[in-house]
Design a protein around this ligand. Sequence first.
Ligand code: 13P
Ligand code: SF4
Length: 311
Amino acid sequence: ELAGLDLRAEIDRLRKERNAVILAHYYQDPVIQDLADFVGDSLDLSRKAAATDAEVIAFCGVRFMAEVAKILSPQKTVVLPDMAAGCSLEDSCPPDQFARFRAQHPDHIALSYINCSAAVKALSDIIVTSSSAEKIISQLPRDQKIIFGPDRHLGAYLNRVTGRGMLLWPGACIVHEAFSETELLKLKAQHPDAPVAAHPECPGHIVEHADHVGSTSSILSFALASPATTIIVATEPHIIHQMQKAAPHKEFIGAPGADGNCNCNMCPYMALNTLEKLYLSLRDLTPRIEIGEDMRLKALKPLERMLEMSG
Ligand code: 13P
Ligand code: SF4
């Protein structure tokens, strides 16, 4: 049915017709990044979703990100090209189990990484992203007891840099856990002058070799600002597209998995969104994100605190 269609032109036509904005995460296919109205990290994308006056948000990212857009902008139609675009961190934190964890620590507040379901957000006091977590934690009293979920690697990293002792939920991202320390050390030996930029979802044995640790946006800024001509990037490799576009003379190398290349570090959930599915979602305004009003209001509170506290 789609054969012969110029999908880019059709998406452009529908974007205008529907008064839609296309938001994309850095882990999306370059074709999608290039036609999006805005590309960013989770915090940037939630700010855009809250501020847009478009009637429709076509969210090219994973489901929890599109849910955040809907929670912040309930009057807008939010479509996700493939509703199966989940996240292993979200899957590692079932809401009923998280509710029990919370109940076991009644004197703690719950700080949750934005990579979780709306139901887990509704059980949380403050949401953080990797770009805002340190700033938010620094505003909490030193003796404030905190539980943090779902990412234990981000949580351990935050405990190290802030000196806190947050209790950690044992979740992890399958993509960032796939980097191999041995292969990374081999690569560093081949490129001794290349700095390493890593996402804090990487386990400690990867982060400890990094010259810069931060969100996707901050990894991008670091890579572009660095005087080095070769940079090793320890996060999902589709972000390299933006680096290569902005600095074509530099070499950006995706950190390797156990097989010695970065192909195993692609996010399988992000990859479910394709140009075809984006076209169909704009044409049919489905699959649509819907969240019950009770749940939405509960999840909105900690998201609003995130936006306030991240400045
Ligand atoms: P960022 O907020 O750094 O874009 O992270 C999103 C994500 O899913 C990382 O795996
Ligand atoms: Fe989730 Fe990991 Fe994919 Fe990010 S890279 S969306 S944390 S599975």
